[in-house]
Design a protein around this ligand. Structure first.
Ligand SMILES: [Zn+2]
Length: 353
């Protein structure tokens, strides 16, 4: 019964969500407000994980084994050491996330940063959440992972752009999160792009200062708002809201262009809290990308408007990605040679037998 089941734990700044996944679809979900501090964070995650397993995979729990678990949270998360650091919103300075969860749940736990896990989840789902339109979120049950290379026969890469309070991003290539030497590969939020807005990182004019929730809050202050939705406010004649969404869509369009050019990802998926703005945001981003295409043949041939997608708010993409952490089913991992295997490489002029 539990063959193929995996458990994904997404510890967010406000909410912790746990998903039981099997055959590429969500079997059960449970969520609660996140705990605070290292022990609070772990307590809530463990409680939810046990609730889901007890309700939906009791035989596995009874044997104390077999459901692989992955977890993600904000901050600097090291998949090798298992430690999470500097998760300010959760009041966690340092936490042995893998060690604590593993000890309490009785299984090895793989861990990752939440945006990187979300990128992995989006890669596995490959757009199966919708027919390409924003705001048409279907049930998460039934969404299935897709594998293999892209339709053009190249490598499969996806860039994920998380528009929350800040701007975070990650790239997944052939099912593997691209990390780089310091785990910062694909993180473009602190790329200075102009303007004079100071950034939380100490630089001025970072991409995050024009393409994020904090950017929107600065450009369209709460004290000036008469509506919640800046696009609706702009349509109703709020000039400040109109200017703010113009900056936002232009900034996100630039972020999409940078990610596509730098990573070669065939798709750029936009998620995070601002994705809840829905179709008007996607339309605004695509309009900006079309404007960029009209001014440059090089950009035009990239077809960026067709490569950007908006993630519906109800797809638990980080929990799904966490569930699939460390799944060794991609060609790159399968090709790793055993220590005593002879190298299967050809030098110039040689043939591999
Ligand atoms: Zn910055």
């Amino acid at each position: 019964m539990t063959a193929g089941h995996r458990l994904g734990i997404d510890i967010g700044g406000t909410k912790t969500a746990v998903a039981l996944v099997a055959d590429g679809s969500v079997q059960a979900m449970r969520s609660a407000p996140s705990g605070r501090g290292a022990s609070g964070v772990v307590d809530v995650a463990v409680r939810l994980a046990r609730e889901v397993l007890d309700a939906h995979a009791p035989r596995a729990r009874g044997r104390g084994a077999t459901v692989p678990v992955g977890a993600c949270m904000p901050g600097l998360v090291d998949p090798v050491s298992g430690f999470a650091r500097h998760a300010v919103n959760l009041e966690v300075e340092s936490l042995d996330l893998a060690g604590e969860l593993s000890a309490r749940l009785g299984v090895p736990v793989a861990v990752e940063n939440d945006v990187k896990a979300a990128a992995l989840g989006a890669w596995r789902l490959r757009g199966s959440w919708s027919a390409g339109s924003a705001g048409s979120a279907g049930s998460v049950a039934g969404v299935g992972p897709a594998r293999g290379s892209d339709d053009r026969g190249g490598e499969s890469a996806l860039a994920y752009l998380n528009l929350g309070t800040g701007l975070a991003s990650a790239v997944v290539r052939d099912g593997i999160v691209v990390r780089g030497i310091d785990g910062a590969a694909g993180e473009i939020g602190h790329l200075p792009v102009g303007g004079d807005a100071p950034c939380t990182c100490g630089q001025v004019g970072c991409l995050e200062t024009v393409a994020s929730g904090s950017a929107l809050a600065r450009l369209w202050p709460a004290t000036r708002r008469r509506a919640r939705d800046p696009f609706a406010a702009a349509a109703a004649g709020d000039a400040l809201a109109g200017a703010a969404v113009d900056v936002l869509c232009t900034g996100v369009g630039l972020a999409v262009q940078v990610l596509a050019l730098a990573s070669g990802a065939e798709r750029v998926v936009v998620g995070g809290g601002l994705a809840g703005l829905g179709a008007p945001l996607l339309d605004g981003i695509r309009a900006d990308l079309m404007r960029r295409a009209r001014s440059s043949r090089i950009i035009d041939v990239l077809g960026l408007p067709d490569r950007v997608e908006l993630l519906p708010a109800d797809v638990p993409v980080a929990a799904l990605g966490a569930a699939w952490l460390g799944v060794p089913d991609v060609p790159r991992l399968a090709a790793v040679a055993s220590p005593d295997a002879s190298p299967d490489v050809a030098l110039p002029g040689e043939r591999v037998g």
